[in-house]
Design a binder for this molecule. Structure first.
Ligand code: GLU
Ligand code: ZN
Length: 300
C-alpha cells in the first residue's frame, strides 16, 4: 500500500472562516493519525475571485492553529501546462466540444432553475463550432452510474448524464475549471486521500469520471459535514462569514474538536494548541461524523 498523502486546498478568495478551518483540521487529523503527509495547495485559478493577501493570511492562520504542512505550498496557477496536456488527452478521445452558450441563454431556457446549475441540454454537442471566437470546452458524459464509497458519507451513486450532464472544463475566459484542475493536481501531487467538505460531494462524481477518462487512479474520499450558520446556510466567504480570530486559537480549536464530535475532555480546553492537536491525532475518530452532511453552529 502506498503511503497516505492528503491535502488541504483552499481558494484564496478571503480569510479562513470557522467552516474552512473545520475542514482543514479534519483533513490534517486524518492524515496525521495515519502517519501521512499533508500538503497545502492554493486553488488560485479563478483569478477574478482571488483576494490580494489572502494566501498569506490563510497560511498564517493554519500556522497559528498548529496545522503545519509538509513540503512547500503549491499553486494551481503554476500548473497550466499540465491542464493543457489533460485537455489535449481528452480532445484526442473526442470527449470535448466547444460550447458558446451563455449563462443567460441557458437560464432563459430553463426558467425552473434560473441559477443555471441545472443540467446542460447539450445544445452545442454536435454543432462543431469553429475554433475562432469565444467558447467554453465541455466534456461529454454518458448515462451511466458512478458509485463510490465515501469514508464518512457512505455509498454515493449518481447517474452521470442525467444528474450531472456535460460539464465545463475550460471557461470562455480560458480559465481552467476547478473540476479538471483538482483531478490533475491531486494526481501530480500523489494525493491518494481527499478530505474536504460535503458541499463538494456532487463535484466528486464529475471528478471520478475525469479520473476514468484520463486513466488516473482515484483517491479515497472522505467528505466531512459543512458548518452552517443562521438559516442553515453554509458558512462561506461569499456570505461574509467572519474570519477566525487568531487571538484565542486554543479555545477555537477546542470548539472545533467539539464540532467534529471528538468529545475532547474538558480539561484540554485551556491547554496549548499543540497539546490539543496531540490529543486529537491520537483519538481521531471520523466515524463520529458518519452520514452527517451539515452541522448547525447556531444550535449548540
Ligand atoms: N478549493 C476548493 C474550495 O475551497 C476545495 C477543493 C477541494 O478540496 O477539492 O472549495
Ligand atoms: Zn453550448
Amino acid at each position: 500500500m502506498s503511503p497516505y498523502i492528503g491535502r488541504f486546498a483552499p481558494s484564496p478568495t478571503g480569510l479562513l472562516h470557522l467552516g474552512s478551518l473545520f475542514t482543514a483540521l479534519a483533513s490534517f487529523l486524518e492524515a496525521r493519525s495515519r502517519q501521512g503527509r499533508w500538503l497545502i495547495r492554493i486553488d488560485d485559478l479563478d483569478t477574478p475571485r482571488n483576494v490580494c493577501g489572502a494566501n498569506e493570511a490563510i497560511l498564517s492562520t493554519l500556522d497559528v492553529f498548529g496545522l503545519h504542512w509538509d513540503g512547500s505550498v503549491t499553486y494551481q496557477s503554476q500548473h497550466q501546462q499540465a491542464y493543457q496536456q489533460a485537455l489535449q488527452q481528452l480532445q484526442d478521445q473526442h470527449l470535448l466540444y466547444r460550447c458558446t452558450c451563455s449563462r443567460k441563454n441557458l437560464s432563459d431556457l430553463d426558467q425552473s432553475n434560473p441559477v443555471s446549475e441545472s443540467i446542460y441540454p447539450n445544445i452545442c454537442r454536435d454543432k462543431n463550432h469553429p475554433q475562432t471566437g469565444e467558447y467554453a470546452l465541455r466534456l461529454r458524459t454518458e448515462p451511466y452510474l458512478i458509485t463510490f464509497n465515501d469514508g464518512v458519507q457512505g455509498v454515493v451513486s449518481e447517474n452521470l448524464a442525467s444528474q450531472h450532464g456535460d460539464f465545463i472544463l475550460q471557461r470562455k475566459d480560458r480559465i481552467i475549471a476547478y473540476q479538471l484542475a483538482v483531478v490533475v493536481d491531486d494526481y501530480l501531487q500523489g494525493v491518494n486521500h481527499t478530505v474536504r467538505g460535503a458541499d463538494l460531494l456532487d463535484a466528486t462524481i464529475k471528478q471520478i469520471y475525469l479520473h476514468q477518462c484520463l486513466n488516473l487512479a482515484m483517491p479515497h474520499y472522505l467528505h466531512v459535514p459543512v458548518i452552517t450558520g443562521a438559516q442553515g446556510a453554509k458558512l462561506s466567504k461569499r456570505e461574509f462569514a467572519p474570519a477566525v480570530n487568531q487571538q484565542n486559537s486554543h479555545l477555537i480549536l477546542f470548539k472545533l474538536l467539539v464540532l467534529l464530535q471528538q468529545n475532547p475532555p474538558s480539561d484540554l480546553k485551556h491547554t496549548s494548541v499543540a497539546m490539543q492537536l496531540d490529543w486529537a491525532i491520537q483519538h481521531w475518530n471520523p466515524n463520529a461524523l458518519n452520514l452527517v452532511r451539515s452541522i448547525d453552529i447556531t444550535n449548540p
